[in-house]
Design a protein around this ligand. Sequence first.
Ligand SMILES: [Zn+2]
Ligand SMILES: [Zn+2]
Length: 441
Amino acid sequence: MSNKLKDDLRRFLHWGPITLLTLTLIITWTVFHMNSMWWPRGKSLGSIVNYTLIWAHTFGTLYNFIRSLMVGPGFVPLKWHPLDMKDTQFLQFCTRCNGYKAPRSHHCRRCDRCVMKMDHHCPWINTCVGWSNQDSFVYFLLCFLSASIQGAIIIVGAVMQGIQKRWLIRQGLRHMANVHLTPTNLLASVFSLGLIMGTALASVKLLYMQAKVIFKNQTGIESWIVRKALFRRNAYPGNRIRAFVFPYNLGWKANLCEVFLNPGDGISWPVLPGCNEYSLTCEQLEQKKDKRARTRLFRCIRPATGHWVPIFSQGLWVSMQIPCTDDPRIELKPDDIIHVTRIQEYWNYGERVISQKVEKNRRKGAIRGWFPSCCAVEIREDSGIEDELAGGEPVRRQDPPAKESLETDQEKPDKETSSKLEILGNFPCNDVKHRKSQLVK
Ligand SMILES: [Zn+2]
Ligand SMILES: [Zn+2]
């Protein structure tokens, strides 16, 4: 069996595609069954059109679903680098793929590869939506929504006719009283209608998000980078940073063409006049530099379990203050060193430093995420811990492919950071009553 076929099979054998296919099967069976009683095939031109439409919807939905899953988002080749090695100074390096990240690409933790023009990792297709499958993903959503509308009309129409069966017979309309509402029919109809409503609403939301991405030619991750770029400039008006222009928004017509007609090679992208192909990557590098500058070093003083609600180890109050985000929670052991980038009253966000001296066997689970703030205290910069770490494994900036970890290495926006965009340097951490203020010397 070829590796490609194995990969495709592995993508299918996941709860996302299996659940979606099972639900589609149940809905399709119910729609066909109810339609065969409600509007039997071949009795009129309308019924033929209706049947053709059901088949077209079923085929279109399944075809585009399978295509977006099997084609995949397009991965940057392993060990990739630009033709001119001088250009590597404008790019980030991915240690997992052992290559440079092409413009607009990001490393997906779930796929464990750098994905071209990564938008998001979709569990329903068990892969990312990116450069090469964005069009089929949108077609899939459109077919699914259209099929849902038709399916809902057929099921409601059939059930209504079934309920009115006796009345129709009394009115002399026996030819319209074909639907026999058995308990199985009724149960399948109610269940399928509920599924259709739920999935149709979800597909409307996804379509709206994709429309925004396509019309602005700005993926979800890029929107977050742009927000940070604007914040960097607005937060420090004194800083003379050049105004940032998002380089890929060429106008809605050109943006549409780029996705559906002329997607290019996934590596090089047309940009606005005045920008160059590395405008965005240079901004990303600057943002990383800023982030490193405001990172603080913490040492673990009491274990953190890595549980989402650590009620037994941290008590009720800390458990009630959990961050409202799906970022991972990290497990900590005493003397672990953490690079902290976000500080809140009860929870901090950071990355546990992996050092061969401290840890020979890699611990399971994410290394970047939230932990209760009382589990670690800040270390003074001159405590020598950086030197100690430098002697071991260099400080890792990429996570291992932990299942629980974030989907992408681009730090994700969450409800709290979106509204506050906390900058650690501005955070009055010494005022936090809850945190131990002592420094390890
Ligand atoms: Zn990568
Ligand atoms: Zn992915």
